[in-house]
Structures are given as structure tokens and as C-alpha cells.
Design a protein. Structure first.
Length: 108
């Protein structure tokens, strides 16, 4: 059996790609912005903020959680979501390297 295409890239490249894919939907960006605004939240609160059905919001939350962008803790019958600081630290470091590389570039 052959290697998958992701096998040709570093772990960091694959992780950044997974995170970028998760952020590639405006509803997920809106969820991240809402969680940043309220610090922590319960799924029902997010449903009230977005023009989407509860099942759709749950699917977006699942994608964000699978990418490591958010964390969720069960509190009774609800799940409380919050930002995963470690993943956003990784993004900050990655984009800092890109910005530094762009500002130091001397071509075109």
C-alpha cells in the first residue's frame, strides 16, 4: 500500500492544514469569535447566537474540537466549550514566522 499524501509533509504542516481547514467555514469563525467574547459557553448559547440549527452547530463544534481549536467539558446535561489556548499559541507562532518571512523577503 502506498503512502498517503499527508505522509510527505511534516507533522506541523499537517497540523496547521487541519486547523486551517477547520477555520475554513464562516460559521466556525463565528463560533470562535463568540467563545472569545464570552470566555466560556454552553452549546445552547451558541445556537442562540447563530442562524443555524442545533444539529448544524453541533457538527461545527465537533469539527473545531477535532482540530484542537476548542475544548469541551460536560457539565450536567450540557457541554461547556472554550478556546484551546495551546492550539492558538501554535497558530500565533506559525503566523509570526510567516509575517517575519514576508517582511524580510527581498524579491518581486
Amino acid at each position: 500500500m502506498g503512502a498517503t499524501k499527508t505522509d510527505h509533509f511534516t507533522d506541523e504542516q499537517n497540523q496547521i492544514a487541519t486547523i486551517a481547514k477547520a477555520l475554513g467555514h464562516p460559521a466556525r469563525v463565528a463560533i470562535i469569535e463568540y467563545l472569545l467574547k464570552v470566555d466560556t459557553c454552553i452549546c445552547g448559547d451558541i445556537v442562540n447566537e447563530l442562524p443555524l440549527a442545533q444539529a448544524t452547530v453541533s457538527q461545527h463544534l465537533k469539527e473545531l474540537k477535532n482540530a484542537g481549536l476548542i475544548k469541551g467539558n460536560i457539565e450536567g446535561t450540557a457541554i461547556c466549550y472554550c478556546i484551546n489556548e495551546n492550539t492558538f499559541g501554535l497558530l500565533k507562532e506559525y503566523f509570526s514566522k510567516i509575517i517575519l518571512g514576508v517582511t524580510n523577503q527581498k524579491c518581486c
